[in-house]
Design a protein around this ligand. Structure first.
Ligand code: NAD
Length: 495
């Protein structure tokens, strides 16, 4: 069986802990590989290699760094299909979606190629006689990224592109459920000319994560995953003196006002609710139907569900793939029992759809008249279950969204620009879409939620990413003018 190793120093290194985890193809249900799970000692080896590489990497000129980034960008571009195939084989999402993930991740590499511009500081001349003040941004040292299963290529690219561009050495601890894309990235960095130790991959589980959080040589940690683990990473990392940004889970709402284009809103709800089998942190989970739009909207969504083609991700006809594991599929399905018990109406029950083979498939479900205080509303389901919450007014909708403990993404569908503007002003979430269901910011803005969707004060990638992976130094300097100086510098005075 295929063995997925670590990448430490300049090549693949087999694990020595004696622990391994299974990797499945979710479309067939078959185990396809084992992944080595690192011990603390293996994490330490990667940290030592990274610390050894740091002095030379931070001293590498910006243009030389940028050249490597451009080469890496071209390599990722030419390996899009290979990366996407690895994602589909281990995560299950359809190939077109996996290609989309690579494209969105690549934007971050392209952003980081502009590092000479991004690291420019400020300069104030003559703040006092012969005194200038300027700020510079310097790398932190060794930094680590801990990533979730649902974007095994894009989320690592969110992190490592900027960290490496800034002059840091980066250790990636990918999800143990779909770790292969990370090792391909390591090969591509190597081929691009990145020196050994600047990028490492340590596969593992909580043992590797906890060592990262305690390791005295790791200066900062970027995390993306569920809220309980994000909280743990933030609290433990900061207690150990590290800079931490920890992005957590979500429960994203899509508010539909009575004046909205119902067909447009239904198309958006279907693709944002069931795309990637609902396993996106920006997936729409709760559609908030305001006033009399509810019946029309529920009908329009229900009508579209039979045409969502569900099948293996490598079948070009599939629009939605399986869920990541059997346990997760069963947990998602259990919400449908709960929904009926909680007084909601299951309009479309995805469990009634049957699939051949042992893949972790579940059909798309729609649940109407869901209310806060029930499991189906309160929990992050992270699967293809779309809830509809009916409210009477715009104010009720905003109150509902703002009462949610999460605040990742939110969307409003309306034809009224004034209402949309008011919503953007009032709503408590980090990313807002106006007639856009999944408002993931482009790479030159930054990505991050509010409330339990983010622990820390910096969002990820874009300008916040550069800020996170560097620290500022302000230099106050006096250089006496030789023509007026009282100090004898050996120049002829007043000549
Ligand atoms: P997860 O929290 O289970 O795992 C994330 C990472 O933490 C993995 O690398 C995993 O190995 C590690 N981990 C898991 N349990 C741990 C423990 N007890 N101690 C230490 N480390 C541990 O998340 P997941 O299931 O891989 O991903 C799905 C979750 O990620 C969802 O909640 C989703 O909303 C969230 N997510 C959030 C964003 C965002 O930007 N806010 C983006 C993508 C995914």
């Amino acid at each position: 069986m295929k063995q997925i190793t670590h990448w430490i120093d300049d090549g693949r290194v087999a694990g020595t802990s004696g622990r391994q985890g299974p990797v499945f193809n979710p479309a067939t249900g078959a185990q396809t590989a084992v992944v080595d799970l690192a011990s603390a000692a293996e994490l330490d080896a990667a940290a030592e290699s990274a610390a050894g590489a740091f002095p030379a990497w931070r001293a590498t000129s910006l243009s030389a760094r940028s050249e490597i980034l451009f080469r890496f960008r071209d390599l990722v571009d030419s390996h899009r299909q290979d990366i996407a195939r690895l994602i589909t084989a281990e995560h299950g999402k359809v190939l077109s979606d996996a290609l989309g993930e690579v494209a969105r991740g690549l934007e971050n590499v392209e952003f980081a190629c502009g590092v000479p511009h991004l690291l420019k500081g400020g300069f104030s001349e003559q703040v006092s006689r012969e005194v200038d003040v300027y700020s510079i941004r310097q790398p932190l040292g060794v930094v680590a990224g801990i990533t979730p299963f649902n974007f095994p290529a894009m989320v690592p690219m969110w992190m490592f592109s900027n960290a490496i561009a800034c002059g840091d050495c980066f250790i990636l601890k990918p999800s143990e459920k779909d770790p292969s894309a990370s090792l391909l990235f390591a090969e591509l960095w190597h081929e691009a000319g990145l020196p050994a130790g600047v990028f490492s991959v340590v596969n593992g589980d909580r043992e590797a994560v906890n060592r990262i959080l305690e390791h005295p040589g790791i200066a900062a940690v970027s995390f993306v995953g569920s809220t309980p683990i994000a909280r743990h990473v933030y609290e433990t990392g900061t207690r150990n003196g590290k800079r931490v940004q920890a992005l957590g889970g979500a429960k994203n709402h899509m508010v539909v006002l009575p004046d909205a284009d119902v067909d447009m809103a239904a198309d958006a709800a279907v693709s944002a609710g069931y795309g990637s089998a609902g396993e996106r942190c920006m997936a729409v989970s709760a559609v908030v139907a305001v006033g009399d739009v509810a019946d029309r909207l529920v009908d329009a969504i229900a009508r579209r569900i039979p045409s969502v083609t569900i099948g293996p991700g490598d079948d070009p006809d599939s629009q939605m793939g399986p869920l990541v594991t059997r346990e997760h599929r069963d947990r998602v399905a259990s919400y449908l029992d709960d929904a009926a018990l909680g007084g909601a109406r299951v309009v479309v029950d995805g469990r009634s759809q049957s699939f051949e083979g042992d893949g972790f498939f579940l059909g798309a479900s729609l649940v109407d008249s869901v209310t806060p205080g029930t499991r189906v509303y309160d929990d992050e389901i992270f699967g293809p279950v779309l809830s509809v919450v009916r409210v009477a007014t715009y104010e009720d909708a905003v109150r509902l969204v703002n009462d949610s403990p999460y605040g990742n993404g939110v969307a409003i569908f309306t034809r009224d620009g004034g209402a949309a503007r008011r919503f953007q002003f009032e709503v408590q979430a980090g990313m807002v879409g106006v007639n856009v269901a999944i408002p993931v910011p482009v790479a030159y803005y930054s990505f991050g939620g509010w409330k339990a969707s983010l622990f820390g004060d910096t969002h990820m990638y874009g300008p916040d990413g550069i800020h996170f992976y560097t620290r500022t130094k302000v230099v106050t300097s006096r250089w006496p003018d030789p023509s007026t100086s009282r100090v004898d510098l050996g120049f002829p005075q007043n000549s």
